[in-house]
Design a protein around this ligand. Structure first.
Ligand SMILES: Cc1cc2nc3c(=O)[nH]c(=O)nc-3n(C[C@H](O)[C@H](O)[C@H](O)COP(=O)(O)OP(=O)(O)OC[C@H]3O[C@@H](n4cnc5c(N)ncnc54)[C@H](O)[C@@H]3O)c2cc1C
Length: 637
């Protein structure tokens, strides 16, 4: 396997401009001769599909939800970063670049991150032009707030529904192209494999989720914008449908999977309430602009929050990280919460919670201002917990939220499989070992609106693309493999439900490959996962058949992939004996319990090559070169 990041030469600031000039173009009149298959209609997929169609390409777009506007991006609450410096508080492209590289604990590519910071400013203009109702100050200028890991206010937001509003913008652009017949939209349609012809991605196999029909689609390039895989942990803030299937099946066809163990645990989620739960709820990081996090100083203190005097409270983030305080990055804030709970100072049932308290802000700013900023989040919290956060502090605890790992891509967002491009959360590109809040929306839209539309043209103009139809033997064979797997799942007829297996896998992953990892635990997980997988293929019960809407069959297929993918995550976590960002190896920590990187041995991207189910994958290294930032110990003190 060859990994060539294809980072353009020249000064960091000029790379993207120069590259755009150097790339080949497809003549406007020729674009309609090419078809691009875009799998995914979240922010990354919808923005890409709409932009490519606007340019003149024929696009087929796929999603498993009933409408593209129900993609998981709709759940994003807090905001989207951009280096506009509207606040005049010292922001710049270079600062956003630096914060992101440092936030990712120096495990991301400089060139990609710099480009992300550069195009961040265009995203806001694009979305405003589409009518996205970003929050504004009284005088009409756009409002900003702060997110973790930054000391400037650069986060644009639409109350607590930023993802939804951004998605409506991208969706309108997509719908326009659907109306113009430049995009053919396939909703309730799941991609189950990719088809390679002469080593290039030339098609996909899909299943219509309503009638079970298996279909072949051919194209000149394939784009995966299929989101993250946090649901491997069963409990996460992700929508229940989020899965790894598209990426994992591409991996099985030869695409490298990069840094699969890099998972983000978000510090502010509603704590787990019991075994019945199948989903966790995020309380946006934006709340940490005005909420203060604390626990009692004394272990085992069961008094109500209001009865604990100021002098007996530990505002531990403000104490430990005075410069960033409650806006310390997610990995650091999550570990700090776990630490105080492990000391017996957690609050609420089971002691797995910390307070997020708005009393000071309400006193300072008034209830109305707080309601304007976070009203819908407060309402959501009250509906779930039955507690009114205007009156009593919220209780929060870390939960799985985002996956920094993903399919390996070069600077052009193309995987090592020619023609297979990967965007948004599905790729590994920009966030290193820890993503900063409000940076995922920025990355997904940067990829879809501003990067892929250029780079895919260069691919199409340069690659030798022979005409391929769906009768090609590669389509026939791939379809046969897909249908065989589906019928295998239906024939098992065992006793345990898909969810039962998923819960079991999730617990193993959380216990051994979650917020803290170590050699012994990861080895235990690597023993347990194949056992669960074997039991799954022997005893899972998938009722019904494959010829109609059968959600158990959908879930079973996705879980079968998680059951293989989980092993890959553990191999990656076991190999990386350093701690960095969200990857905390207990063996590698400083005296005060912070993540201890090992730059000498681990300044690389680990890109894994598939070698068969249950066989250890082969690791390839993309060494990361830092020419513009100095690798230093990440400090938020
Ligand atoms: C609760 C929550 C709040 C968040 N808040 C923020 C925030 O405030 N700011 C921020 O920057 N980030 C936030 N994030 C992260 C951010 O929302 C996501 O990373 C981002 O929206 C992912 O976008 P995407 O387009 O890559 O994927 P998604 O939006 O997940 O879209 C994936 C698409 O792929 C399709 N798909 C997947 N697999 C298949 C398949 N096999 N076949 C066909 N279609 C398929 C789906 O149908 C969907 O259309 C939040 C995340 C969560 C969970």
């Amino acid at each position: 396997m060859q990994l060539n990041a294809k980072i353009p030469a020249g000064p960091l600031e000029d790379k993207w401009d120069q590259h755009r000039f150097d790339m080949k173009l497809v003549n406007p009149a020729n674009k309609r001769k090419y078809t691009v298959l875009v799998v995914g209609s979240g922010l990354a997929g919808a923005s890409a599909a709409a932009s490519l169609a606007e340019l003149g390409y024929n696009v087929k777009c796929f999603c498993f939800q009933d409408s593209p506007r129900r993609a998981h991006s709709i759940a994003a609450q807090g905001g989207i970063n951009a280096a506009k410096n509207y606040q005049n508080d010292g922001d710049s492209v270079r600062r956003l670049f630096y914060d992101t590289i440092k936030g990712g604990d120096y495990r991301a590519r400089e060139a990609n991150v710099y480009r992300l910071a550069q195009v961040s400013v265009n995203i806001i203009d694009q979305c405003v032009a589409q009518g996205v109702p970003f929050a504004r100050e009284y005088g009409g200028v756009m409002a900003n707030r702060s997110f973790g890991g930054a000391q400037v206010s650069r986060t644009f937001y639409a109350r607590g529904q930023t993802g939804q509003q951004l998605l409506l913008g991208a969706y309108s652009a997509l719908e326009r192209q659907i109306g113009l017949k430049k995009v053919a939209m396939y909703s309730r349609c799941e991609m189950l494999d990719i088809v390679l012809v002469d080593g290039k991605a030339r098609g996909i196999i899909t299943r219509d989720l309503i009638n079970g029909k298996i279909e072949r689609h051919a194209g000149d390039a394939v784009v995966l914008a299929t989101g993250g895989y946090g649901n491997v942990f069963y409990l996460s803030t992700n929508a229940k449908g989020c899965n790894v299937t598209a990426s994992y099946r591409a991996y099985k066809r030869g695409a490298a999977f990069a840094n699969p163990c890099f998972t983000q645990i978000h510090p502010t989620c509603i704590p787990v309430a019991g075994d019945h739960q199948s989903k966790l709820t995020l309380m946006s990081e934006s709340l940490r602009n005005d909420g203060r996090i604390w626990v009692p100083k004394k272990a085992g203190d069961t008094r109500a929050a209001k009865d604990i005097p100021e002098s007996e409270r530990d505002y531990y983030l403000e104490r430990k990280y005075p410069s960033f305080g409650n806006l310390s990055p997610r990995d650091i804030s999550s570990r700090a919460a776990k630490e105080v709970c492990d000391e017996g100072r957690g609050v609420g049932p089971g002691g797995l919670g910390v307070y997020l308290d708005f009393a000071d802000s309400i006193k300072r700013l008034g209830k109305n201002t707080i309601a304007e900023r976070y009203g819908n989040l407060f309402e959501m919290y009250e509906r779930i917990t039955g507690e009114n956060p205007y009156e009593v502090p919220m209780r929060i605890y870390p939960a799985v939220h985002y996956t920094m790992g993903g399919l390996w891509v070069d600077y052009n967002l193309m995987s090592n499989v020619e023609g297979l491009h990967v965007l948004g959360e599905a790729n590994f590109s920009d966030h290193g070992a820890n993503r900063l809040g409000a940076s995922a929306l920025m990355q997904g839209l940067a990829d879809g609106y501003f990067i892929l539309p250029y780079t895919i043209g260069n691919y199409i103009a340069s690659a030798k693309l022979n005409p391929v139809t769906t009768d090609h033997p590669a389509f026939v064979e791939t379809e046969r493999e897909v249908t065989t797997r589906l019928s295998q799942l239906l024939q098992i007829n065992g006793k345990r439900s898909v969810d039962d297996f998923h819960r079991e896998l999730g617990k193993v992953m959380w216990d051994y490959c979650g917020m803290a990892r170590n050699d012994a635990g990861l080895r235990t997980a690597l023993e347990r996962i194949p056992q669960i997988r074997e039991e799954f293929w022997r005893d899972v019960r998938v009722p019904g058949n494959g010829e109609y809407f059968n959600q158990e069959l959908e879930k079973a297929g996705r879980l079968a992939d998680f059951l293989e993918f989980a092993e890959l995550m553990c191999h990656d976590a076991l190999m990386r004996t350093e701690s960095c960002g969200g990857h905390f190896r207990t063996e590698s920590q400083t005296e005060d319990g912070e993540a201890k990187r090992d730059d000498e041995n681990f300044t690389f991207v680990a890109a894994w090559e598939y070698k068969g189910v249950g066989t250890k994958p082969t690791m390839h290294k993309e060494v990361l070169e830092f020419e513009n930032v100095h690798l230093s110990t990440r400090s938020y003190k």
